[in-house]
Each structure stands twice: as C-alpha cells, then as structure tokens.
Design a protein around this ligand. Structure first.
Ligand code: G4P
Length: 531
C-alpha cells in the first residue's frame, strides 16, 4: 500500500455522512444547530435555515421559494468535530417534502431519527424510516424534548417497535421528564449527566456507584433514585442487548434521550454516534460493490437542483462520492453518455452558502455545475469503467393529469416534461387501458405540482393545466402472469412509468389491499427498483 492510498483510507475512515429524519417540529433544526455548534461551524445558533424569523431570507434562487417563504433546496453541511469529519444531509421536511427527501437518504451511510417525546412516531418519520429500511442503513434514535412532559420512555420504545417494526436498545435513560427532568443515565459508561437547565450540565463519572455520589444524592430525590434503579434493572433484564452487527444491518436502533433546545444530551449523543455509526460504505455497481478506498474516483448523482442562481439559470448536480479522491476541475467519465467531462465549479454547502472546494473524498457530497447533461442516478468515474445501480423511484402521494394550454407549444412541453422527469422533479406516467393516452404526473409532496407548473412556464415557455386525481399511492406490479383487467377495480388506474414498467395507482390502502386479495400471486411494490 502506498502513502497516498493510506492517507485516503484515513480520510475516508474519519467521515460520517448521515441524514436526520423526523416529522416537522420534532426539533431537527434545533438539533442540527447544536451539532454544528460543537464543530465550531457556526457561532450563533439560529443560523440554520428554517427558523421562523429567517424563513423569508434563506435563499432566493427561485421565485416560488420567495413567495412561499420556504426552502425548496436541501443542503449538505460539513464540519469537523474531534477527529471526525461530519456531513449532515438535510432532508426537507415541511411543505417542501418531496421525492428529493427520499433520494437524499440514498447518499447517506446512516440516519438519525428524531422523535418528539410527546408525539411519538409521526407520519413523516414513518415514511422516511421506510426509505432507510429499503437501504438497510443503520438508524439511530434521538428522543427529544424531555424537558417537556411527554410519553413514558418505555411506551416510546414499544411504539418504535409496534409502528416501525424495529427493536431498540436505549444507550441512555432519562431521569424524570418535564419539570422533573433531572438528567440522563448513560448505560454504556455507567455515568449520570445532570440537567441543570439552560445549557448547563454536569457529568458524574463512573467512579464507584452513582448511587453513592453526593452530588447525585443532592440533586435527585429518593423516589427518583429508586425509579432509576428499577428502570435500569428492567432494561438490563428485559431490553434488547447492545449488538453492533444488528445496528449495522439496520435491525436494532440505539436510542438516546435528551433536549436539543437545552443542548442537553446532544454532545453525549454525538460522541457515541460517531463511535457507532459507519464510515462511508461500499456501493453496489455493475462491477460489484465498490470499496470507498479504491484508488479511482467515482460517484453518483442523487439530486439535481435547477436555477439556484436566478441570474444564470444553472443547474447543480449533487454527487455522492463513493470512492477515491475528487479534485476540482478533474476530467472524469460520464458513464451513461460514455463521454469525458470536466467537473468544474465543485461546491460544498454550508447551510445556505456555497463555497468552491478544491478536493473531497469518498463519503462527501459535492455540488457540480451541470450544463444539462446529468440525470438522477448518473455515474461519474475515473479509471476503471463502472456504473452504480439506478436509483429507485418512490411511490408518489399525489397525482394529476396534465394538459397543455396551447397546442402550438407541444414541443416545449414535451422537452420540459422529459427534463423535469430526468431531474427527478416529478414522475411521469402514461395512463394505460383507460381508452386515452393521458399524461399523469406523480409527486411525493404537493408543492411539487406548483414548482412543476412554474418551471414549465418560466423555463420552457409552456403553460399547463393540472387536473388533480384522487389517487394516493402507486405500486409497481411484480408477478409471472399479470392480467391487467383484473387490476382494474376500486377505481384503480393503470399506467406505465417512463421506463415502461406497469404501475397501478390506488385511491387508498383499502383499494390496494382489495386488489391484492384478488390477485394473490402478484406483488405490489413501493419502488420501481424492488424485485
Ligand atoms: P423542525 O426543524 O423539526 O421543524 O423543528 P425545530 O427545530 O424548528 O423545533 C420546533 C419547535 O420545537 C421549536 O419551537 C423549538 O424551539 C422546539 N424545540 C426543539 N427542541 C426542543 C426541546 O428539546 N425542548 C423543547 N421544549 N422544545 C424544543 P417553536 O416555538 O415552534 O419555535 P421557536 O420560536 O422556538 O423557534
């Protein structure tokens, strides 16, 4: 092994690339801010996008974003902390929830699932968790807002198991909650972290037994000490034991409790997370799994963002680097087109600012200038040819028929439709067996319809009318003998996706279950990549 290779391996090993998944209001922005503060990346909390006061000033790359006061972008934040280099992938959560949110997870090696202790497992968390499960990435749980009265900790673990089908292993345990919140007991290090309000904490180290520590005895009353002893005893006997292999396989989630707003339990979480979460992992390609430390550079595009700069109408392709070292201006091969390209203007993102970077390595995310040559899932490599697996299309939740207003502008319309579908802004289906050849759009977040209409008009000069459909889920059909007529019940709609695969659009789960019961030999899968 030469020096360059071992230096590359060391750089990769210290990276942790993860996404935070949660339902709106669970405290993702707050937690992200605190994490960034530990890295010294920002001086003041409140600088991360999405805060109410900042919502109208975050970025101005697109009219619609300004009008709505939300961010359509999802940024990547990099910072150094202790010996690690951390990449946090922001998953858009509020009205701007879209397929991009799912795709961002494809670029992560692990996920942090943030749960509001009072609300438990909420709908958006479930959806994002399912996307993590498809990828089998490790999921770490942070249960937030312990300073408020919430559900019982044991009930929350039960809920994670019931709703998500995931076993859990709490690595720390809360002492009281709400007004009575006194801190957390760190099960791995057998130490107590006392919560003294407003950013104040004290760690009582594992010298002797914590029960005998005078400070603990002063701070906790006898009932709290007794309850903690009982609960820890219960967890030791009845809880799932710590198992790194199960964590790595996404079958067991380590659970942490804390209060992000008080910066309590956050650093303890971060320290343990960094120890337990995986460094950049191998990715599957047509040449088998590609090891990140393979000398050659390679990566795939997981997101394309148009018009970040309204003056230039440029597109930025977000690339996850899967192996090797990336250098500004390097020449690499665009696998699908079989062409050499220069990777210019590489950028890394910090909150909303963009910095030109010189180099990056496996595990990092870079934004590269896209003159319109990239599609979602494209591979770029240097040296030995390879192509990463195509990225899945996830089931949309909203559908609409699309019509062009002026027939004269058909050419522009089809061009825009094709490009926006390739960019992953919308999914395009053609209805099938319904007597007409309607074009149907599918989106994960409703706002994407508006974005689509706006962009088609402003970028391609084609005005369109959307007619909303009542359908709410798409399922790709798998099976030996598919009798299309039999799929047509409960108002389901048959269509083909842009790759020609058969898809059934259903109004709801009941309709899906009914059609499934009538076609027991068929499988209805939630992404186009599932077998
Ligand atoms: P999000 O990005 O997941 O949508 O959540 P965000 O961080 O914006 O937090 C949502 C609300 O929850 C905010 O209150 C935030 O202050 C609060 N919050 C976050 N972490 C904690 C916590 O540990 N304890 C408590 N009690 N609250 C927490 P808000 O009133 O909606 O906004 P703001 O006026 O505080 O910004």
């Amino acid at each position: 092994m030469n020096n360059g290779q071992s230096a590359l391996e060391a750089s990769i090993e210290k990276r942790r690339t993860f996404a935070i998944i949660s339902h709106p209001d669970a405290g993702k922005t707050t937690l992200t801010e605190k994490l960034l503060l530990f890295g010294g990346a920002i001086r003041l909390a409140g600088s991360v996008k999405g805060r109410k006061t900042k919502k109208y000033a975050t970025s101005d790359w697109m009219e619609i974003e300004k009008q709505r006061g939300i961010s359509v972008t999802s940024s990547v934040m990099q910072f150094a902390y202790k010996e690690h280099l951390i990449n946090i992938l922001d998953t858009p959560g509020h009205q701007d929830f879209s397929e991009d949110t799912y795709r961002t997870l494809l670029a992560a090696d692990s996920a942090v699932m943030l749960i509001d202790a009072a609300k438990g497992v909420e709908p958006q968390t479930i959806k994002l968790f399912e996307a993590c499960r498809l990828q089998q990435i490790p999921v770490f749980t942070f249960i937030n807002k312990l300073d408020r009265f919430g559900k019982e900790p044991l009930d929350l673990l039960e809920e994670i198991e019931q709703v998500l089908g995931m076993r859990s292993c709490p690595l720390n345990w809360p002492i009281g909650m709400g007004y009575d919140f006194r801190g957390i007991y760190d099960r791995r290090n057998n130490q107590i972290e006392l919560f003294k309000g407003d950013d104040e904490r004290e760690i009582i180290p594992a010298i002797g037994s914590w029960q005998e520590n005078t400070e603990v005895r002063e701070f906790l009353d006898n009932t709290q000490i007794k309850q903690l002893e009982e609960e820890i005893g219960l967890l030791d006997i009845a809880g799932d034991p710590f198992d790194q292999e199960k964590i790595d396989a996404g079958k067991l989630t380590p659970v942490f409790f804390g209060s992000a707003i008080n910066n309590f339990g956050v650093q303890t979480f971060l320290d343990q997370f960094l120890q337990l979460a995986p460094p950049p992992q191998p990715h599957k390609s047509n040449q088998g799994y590609i090891d990140p430390a393979e000398q050659g550079f390679s990566g795939f595009i997981f997101k394309i963002q148009a018009n970040m700069d309204p003056a230039h109408r440029d597109r930025i392709a977000f690339m996850r680097i899967c192996s090797g070292q990336f250098q500004r201006g390097m020449i690499a091969t665009h696998a699908r087109q079989g062409k050499k390209i220069k990777l210019s203007q590489p950028q890394q993102f910090f909150a909303q600012s963009r910095d030109i970077i010189e180099e990056a390595c496996a595990g990092d995310i870079v934004g590269i200038y896209d003159p319109g040559i990239f599609q979602i899932g494209d591979t770029v490599y240097e040296g030995k040819p390879l192509e990463y697996e195509e990225l899945p299309q996830f089931s949309p939740e909203y559908f609409a028929k699309v019509f062009i207003k002026e027939a004269m502008k058909q050419k522009r319309f089809y061009k825009g439709l094709k490009q926006l579908a390739e960019e992953g802004a919308v999914q395009v289906y053609k209805s099938f067996l319904n007597g007409s050849e309607d074009i149907i759009l599918g989106v994960v977040g409703e706002l994407q319809f508006e974005v689509f209409q706006f962009r088609l008009l402003h970028e391609y000069g084609a005005e369109v009318i959307l007619e909303r459909l009542p359908h709410r889920l798409a399922r790709w059909v798998r099976g030996e003998e598919i009798k299309t007529q039999e799929l047509k019940s409960m108002n389901s709609l048959l269509a083909k996706d842009r790759f020609g695969q058969l898809v059934v659009l259903f109004k709801n789960e009941t309709a899906l279950n009914w059609v499934q019961s009538k076609n027991p030999t068929l499988n209805f899968v939630t992404t186009n990549r599932e077998p």
